[in-house]
Design a binder for this molecule. Structure first.
Ligand code: ATP
Ligand code: MG
Ligand code: MG
Ligand code: MG
Length: 474
C-alpha cells in the first residue's frame, strides 16, 4: 500500500464509522500563542474539547500537518538519528467530542490495524501501553480485545529518559490533556531495542505507531487540573510510521514517499547514496520548510521564522557536507510538489514562493557557511577535551549566522559537546554592550517608533535534555 492509499484508507475507515472528514489546519496555530507550530491533530479542536465551541459533528477524522521542531514537542535533534522522527509529519487522527470514550476508541484502533478488510496486521506484533493507574483501559485491552497481559505495559508520567514513553499526553504546558494508551509495533529481533517501558526502550525495535488519548482534563496556567465538560477522545498515528509497517520496512525513510524524495535529492547532489544520513536530513527538512512557507512563515531572526531559518540552514549545511557548492535545496521543491501536491494543493499554488524564499536563504547563508565551517574546524583541531568553547559557538552564531543547534549538530557528529554556559555568557555580554550603546543611540520613543512587544531570540533552554527556544521582550 502506497503512502497516499494508506492516508485515504484511514479517513475512509473512520468516515464509515460516522466521522466527518475535516481538512488539516495550518501549521501556524490560529489564535494560540501557547503553541509554536501545530504539533498534533487535536490542536485545531482545542476549543471543542474545552466546550467553548460546538459544531454539527461530534466525531471527526483528519490527516494533520504537524511540525515538531520547537516548543513542548521538539524532535529536531532526533532527525537523522532515529528511524521514526521527522520535523514535519502527517498525523492521522480520529476524535470524539463528548461522543464515544475508551471502549469504542480502543476498538476502532484495533479493528483498523488488525481486521483483514483493513490493515490486517498480525496482532502478536502489537504491544500496548496504558497509563499506570488506568485499570479500565488495561481490562478493555486484556479481556475484551484479548491482548495477553505480557504485551500490555503500565507506564506513568515518565519524565526520565529522552525517548521514554509517557502515558499522560498534553499538547503544551496548558490545555486539554489526559491519560493515554499507545500501540507499538515490533519490527523484530534484527533491530536493537527493548519493549516499551524497558531500559532498552530507546532503541528502534518497538516503534510507537498510535497514541489514543482519553481527554479528560484541562491544565490551567497555574497548574490546576480541571475536568473537561465531557470525556472525549483524541488519537494520533504517524502516517509515515504506519506506512513503514505496511510496506515491511523498518525506517520511515524507506517508504515510497521518502524513497522518491531521496532519489530526487541524490540526483541534485551528484548521486549520493540514498542511505546517507545527511541526505535523509535534507529529505526531511524540505517537507518542513516547504509546508511552513506555504502556510505563510518567513525566515527571520525570531519566533517561528527563526525555527524555519534554522531548519533551512541545517539542510544547507548537510548539503554542503555532501559536496554541494551551489544552492540546491530549493530545487527539491518540484519533487515534493509532485509527491504531495495532490493531497495538499496549497503546495502547488505556493511552489514559486517556496522556491524563491529557499533560494534567497541559501544564497544568503552561503556567504558565511564556508568561513564559519573553517573557523569551527580550526577550533576543533586545537581543542583540548571534548567541549567546544562558548566563545566559538557565540562567534559562529553572531558573525556567521550558525544557529546553535546547527553547531551542536556538527559537534554531535564528532562526539563533541557545546559549552552552553559560556555561550550564554558571551551572549549576555553582547546584550549588555547593546544596552549601553542604545543609551546613547536612537531614542525610539522620541522618534515615535514603538518597539514594545517585539521579541528577540536569545538562546536555548535545556530542560530534561530537551531544547526549548527562548525569546525575551526587548
Ligand atoms: P515518540 O515517543 O516516538 O517520540 P510521541 O509519543 O512523542 O512519539 P505523540 O505525541 O504520541 O508522539 O504523537 C502521536 C503519534 O504521532 C505517534 O504515535 C507517532 O506515530 C507520530 N509521531 C510523533 N512524533 C513524530 C515525529 N517526530 N515524526 C513522525 N511521526 C511522529
Ligand atoms: Mg516524541
Ligand atoms: Mg512516545
Ligand atoms: Mg506518544
Amino acid at each position: 500500500m502506497k503512502t497516499a492509499e494508506l492516508r485515504q484508507a484511514f479517513l475512509e475507515y473512520f468516515r464509515q464509522n460516522g466521522h466527518t472528514i475535516v481538512p488539516s489546519s495550518s501549521l501556524v496555530p490560529a489564535d494560540d500563542p501557547t503553541l509554536l507550530f501545530t504539533n498534533a491533530g487535536m490542536n485545531q479542536f482545542k476549543d471543542l474539547f474545552l466546550g467553548r465551541e460546538e459544531r454539527d459533528y461530534t466525531r471527526a477524522t483528519t490527516t494533520q500537518k504537524c511540525v515538531r521542531a520547537g516548543g513542548k514537542h521538539n524532535d529536531l535533534e532526533n532527525v537523522g538519528y532515529t528511524a521514526r522522527h521527522h520535523t514535519f509529519f502527517e498525523m492521522l487522527g480520529n476524535f470524539s467530542f463528548g461522543d464515544y470514550f475508551k471502549r469504542e476508541a480502543i476498538n476502532f484502533a484495533w479493528t483498523f490495524l488488525t481486521d483483514e478488510k483493513w490493515l490486517n496486521l498480525p496482532s502478536e506484533k502489537l504491544w500496548i501501553t496504558v497509563y499506570a493507574e488506568d485499570d479500565e483501559a488495561f481490562d478493555i485491552w486484556n479481556q475484551e480485545i484479548g491482548v495477553p497481559a505480557e504485551r500490555i505495559v503500565r507506564i506513568g508520567d515518565n519524565k526520565g529518559a529522552r525517548y521514554a514513553s509517557d502515558n499522560f499526553w498534553q499538547m503544551g504546558d496548558t490545555g486539554p490533556c489526559g491519560p493515554c494508551t499507545e500501540i507499538f509495533y515490533d519490527h523484530g529481533p534484527d533491530v536493537a531495542g527493548g519493549p516499551p517501558g524497558s531500559p532498552e526502550e530507546d532503541g528502534d525495535r518497538y516503534i510507537e505507531i498510535w497514541n489514543v488519548v482519553f481527554m479528560q482534563y484541562n491544565r490551567t496556567a497555574d497548574g490546576e487540573m480541571l475536568n473537561l465538560p465531557k470525556p472525549s477522545v483524541d488519537t494520533g498515528m504517524g502516517l509515515e510510521r504506519i506506512t513503514a509497517v505496511l510496506q515491511g520496512v523498518h525506517s520511515n525513510y524507506e517508504i515510497d514517499l521518502f524513497q522518491d524524495l531521496l532519489k530526487a535529492a541524490s540526483e541534485l547532489l551528484g548521486g549520493v547514496e540514498t542511505t546517507e544520513a545527511s541526505l535523509r536530513v535534507v529529505a526531511d527538512h524540505i517537507r518542513a520548510c516547504a509546508f511552513l512557507i506555504a502556510d505563510g512563515v518567513m525566515p527571520s531572526n525570531e519566533g517561528r521564522g527563526f525555527v524555519l531559518r534554522r531548519i533551512i540552514r541545517r539542510a544547507a549545511r548537510h548539503g554542503n557536507k555532501l559536496g554541494a557548492t551551489q544552492p540546491f535545496f530549493y530545487k527539491l521543491t518540484g519533487a515534493l510538489v509532485e509527491l504531495m501536491g495532490e493531497a495538499f494543493p496549497q503546495l502547488v499554488s505556493s511552489r514559486k514562493q517556496i522556491e524563491k524564499v529557499l533560494l534567497q536563504e541559501e544564497e544568503q547563508f552561503a556567504k558565511t557557511l564556508d568561513k564559519g565551517l573553517r573557523l569551527l574546524e580550526q577550533d576543533i583541531a586545537e581543542l583540548k577535551g571534548t567541549e567546544i568553547p562558548g566563545e566559538t559557538v557565540f562567534t559562529l552564531y553572531d558573525t556567521y549566522g550558525f544557529p546553535v543547534d546547527l553547531t551542536n549538530d556538527i559537534a554531535r557528529e564528532r562526539g563533541l559537546t557545546l559549552d552552553y554556559e559560556g555561550y550564554e555568557k558571551a551572549m549576555e555580554a553582547q546584550r549588555e554592550r547593546a544596552r549601553a550603546a542604545s543609551k546613547f543611540g536612537i531614542d525610539y520613543n522620541a522618534a515615535g517608533i514603538s518597539i514594545e512587544g517585539e521579541t528577540e531570540f536569545t538562546g536555548y533552554d535545556h530542560i530534561d535534555g530537551h531544547e526549548r527556544i527562548r525569546t525575551v521582550l526587548v
